[in-house]
Design a protein around this ligand. Structure first.
Ligand SMILES: *[C@@H]1O[C@H](CO)[C@@H](O)[C@H](O)[C@H]1NC(C)=O
Ligand SMILES: *[C@@H]1O[C@H](CO)[C@@H](O)[C@H](O)[C@H]1NC(C)=O
Ligand SMILES: *[C@@H]1O[C@H](CO)[C@@H](O)[C@H](O)[C@H]1NC(C)=O
Length: 330
């Protein structure tokens, strides 16, 4: 059918079928968002995405008018429903994080009020972008191993998520369908090494394992789990030792996070509900609300230049359910 006729048909259908109407201004907003994020659609998809975009925008505007500790904003996910987002970016199966008794040993020490590993030295690589693949766990893993290795050696490497996607399946990991940092650290330990991003570039999809032992660049001596729900154990580790990988539950409000301290009544707080893995690189407190500083893997356009803050001390969204870090072999 002629494209023009199709377009007119869709426009008419949307108006007549009383799917909420949109104004020229709405369409203008959508189109400028499209050009900002380089989005292109077939004509029928355009109207479907416009509709979803407007619903998301309404939710964002309503949230921002309320009294909240964090604000929402448009981002690269604004044309997706949460169901679509979840399927593409999050861990969809319950994860087996079972650290009922972790092996992290906390000091009984006093902790600084705030710490930020990004400013303590050259320990944290730039925020990366996982793309449409449920590989968050590989970014949490590389981010943590990159930083512990840099702290130990003074050398900051970019490590290969793709190797974990392609090769770490024997350790209860499933490539773009999910996995856990603690399991990935075990893989690196038993596999004897992880290659660099340059030698094993990221592809956002699974492939054959192409690990070359002679190119292994970072190594794990021991995997340390923090006992589940021991958030003070996480504070202890981040304050004294290094950034820490953790998992938590992302719900629909988080998809639109822009800045401020994220806190939610929508999410759960147990090990079986975690669906996203990230890296705690520090913590602080603002107006009496303690929070974590967290590196995400959704690119630098999302959140606070790719980072977010989440309330600390309440096991918010299960963030203390499965946390871990490796001791590097150097
Ligand atoms: C959890 O462990 C069980 C039993 O080992 C396994 O069948 C299942 O695939 C695991 N789940 C995930 C998400 O790895
Ligand atoms: C750490 O926890 C994972 C589950 O997330 C478990 O498979 C692993 O055996 C634990 N490792 C240690 C050293 O306790
Ligand atoms: C989870 O949240 C509930 C309700 O706020 C609370 O009673 C419970 O102690 C929390 N559980 C964990 C493991 O943090």
């Amino acid at each position: 059918m002629n494209r023009l006729i199709l377009a007119v048909l869709f426009a008419v259908l949307y108006q007549v079928l009383a799917v909420p109407l949109y104004t020229e201004e709405d369409e203008y907003h959508f189109k400028s968002w499209m050009s900002q994020y380089n989005k292109k659609y077939e004509i029928n998809e355009f109207y479907q995405r416009l509709q979803i975009f407007l619903e998301n925008k309404k939710r964002i505007d309503q949230h921002n008018e309320g009294n909240h500790k964090f604000s929402m904003g448009l981002n690269q996910f604004s044309d997706m429903t949460f169901a679509e987002f979840k399927k593409t970016y999050l861990l969809t199966e319950p994860q087996n994080c079972s650290a009922t008794r972790g092996n992290h040993v906390s000091s009984n020490g006093l902790y600084p009020d705030a710490i930020d590993w990004r400013t303590k030295g050259h320990y944290i690589t730039d925020v990366k972008n996982q793309g449409p693949c449920g590989s968050c766990w590989t970014f949490s893993t590389t981010g943590c191993l990159e930083s512990v290795t840099a702290i130990a050696t003074g050398k900051l490497l970019q490590l290969a998520e793709q190797q974990l996607i392609d090769c770490a399946g024997d350790f209860d990991n499933h490539g773009c369908n999910g996995g856990l940092p603690s399991h990935a650290f075990e893989y690196i330990m038993y596999n004897k090494g992880l290659m660099t991003e340059d030698d094993y570039p990221y592809q956002a999809k699974g492939g054959q394992c192409r690990f070359k032992p002679q190119l292994a660049a970072a190594f794990v001596k021991e995997v340390v789990n923090i006992t589940k729900y021991d958030e003070m154990g996480m504070v202890d580790a981040v304050a004294r030792l290094n950034p820490v990988s953790f998992a938590y539950e992302v719900t629909s409000d988080f998809m639109h996070y822009k800045d401020g301290i994220y806190t939610s009544t929508e999410c759960h707080n147990t090990t079986d509900m975690v669906n996203h893995a990230v890296l705690a690189v520090g913590y602080a407190e603002e107006n009496g609300t303690p929070y974590w500083i967290v590196k995400n893997s959704w690119g630098t356009n999302w959140g606070i230049k790719g980072y977010f803050y989440i309330e600390r001390g309440k096991n918010m969204c299960g963030l203390a359910a499965c946390s871990s870090y490796p001791i590097p072999l150097v």
